[in-house]
Design a protein around this ligand. Structure first.
Ligand code: FAD
Length: 261
């Protein structure tokens, strides 16, 4: 395969690999950020505004990005009307409350198809190296060369786990919300949920609603709740605020503790 982006002096193992591909723009990721980039590239091509070739590489086995993981009751915190990617609005959610994870996954899958986005999956980028005219990206399915590299890999794959004093001595189980799948194996345990964002709020509500054990939720600042409806329509978070839609569920049996920061 020929490429304007190849460094002719390079002779590393990845350059000798059988499967080598060349594109102008390579997007690593297949979540909503990657799809939005793909949409604009595709649109520009269809309008004749560019002839740039491009591809998206996604490590995920199926469409949806971060929404392919998570827990069963995971929901958007914003309504469908303001959760759209460019070009095509997210279809209205027929149920009560905010759209389900399944609704989001179905939308993202349909979005890829609608715009015929060239998503390759599962393909995981393993390493990147700058060349004279761009980049060489080594993956578990061949080597890709490109002039422009867009990283849209999200944060779910590498969640931030803060350290706490005494953490190593703690005998209980510790997990990040990215690894939380539901309350089944935590049935009668006391669970401390740390963090006042949407993940913390949804996990606390999920635990509280679906098991017998005690749930304690701690946040650095008092969580900011919005009513489910504002001015006749569904509410969502403001630019600096956090919206928790399952307020009623989190109230009943969960003891909410607010630690000062
Ligand atoms: C409880 C909760 C509720 C939320 N509600 C909302 C909401 O209402 N509205 C909203 O806008 N956002 C919401 N979010 C946030 C939203 O889910 C994220 O902002 C969004 O998924 C980020 O998209 P992304 O494309 O950047 O990353 P992701 O969706 O994480 O996608 C990253 C993709 O990159 C792939 N990838 C990673 N590493 C590699 C690699 N090395 N090679 C190839 N591929 C790779 C992954 O497989 C994945 O498919 C919510 C999040 C949570 C936790």
């Amino acid at each position: 395969m020929t490429s304007p982006g190849v460094d002719p002096s390079a002779n590393r193992a990845e350059d000798r690999a059988e499967d080598q591909y060349d594109v102008d723009v390579l997007v690593v990721g297949g979540g909503q950020a990657a799809l939005a980039v793909g949409y604009h590239l595709q649109r520009a091509r269809r309008r004749g505004a560019t002839a740039l070739t491009f591809a998206l590489l996604d490590a995920g086995a199926r469409p949806g990005g971060a929404w392919t993981g998570g827990w069963e009751s995971l929901r958007l915190f914003s309504p469908a009307t303001i959760s759209s990617l460019p070009g095509w609005p997210m279809p209205a959610w027929p149920g009560a409350g905010a759209p389900s994870g399944e609704h989001v996954r179905a939308y993202l899958a349909a979005y890829e198809e609608r715009y015929a986005l060239p998503v390759h999956r599962p393909v995981r980028a393993l390493g990147t190296r700058a060349t004279t005219n761009g980049f060489t990206v080594t993956t578990d399915h061949g080597v890709w060369r490109c002039r422009v590299l867009v990283s849209a890999t999200g944060s779910t794959g590498r969640p931030f786990v803060p350290s706490y004093p005494g953490q190593a001595a703690f005998r209980g189980r510790q997990l990040h919300s990215a690894a939380y799948r539901g309350p089944d194996d935590l049935e009668d345990r006391t669970v401390l949920v740390v963090g006042g964002g949407n993940s913390g709020a949804q996990v606390a509500a999920d635990l509280n609603r679906r098991r017998l054990g005690r749930t304690v939720w701690v946040t650095r600042r008092p969580p900011r709740f919005l009513p489910d409806h504002l001015t006749g329509g569904p509410s969502s978070s403001g630019p600096h605020g956090t919206c928790v839609r399952s307020r009623r569920a989190s109230r009943s049996r969960t003891r909410r503790t607010w630690a000062t920061s």
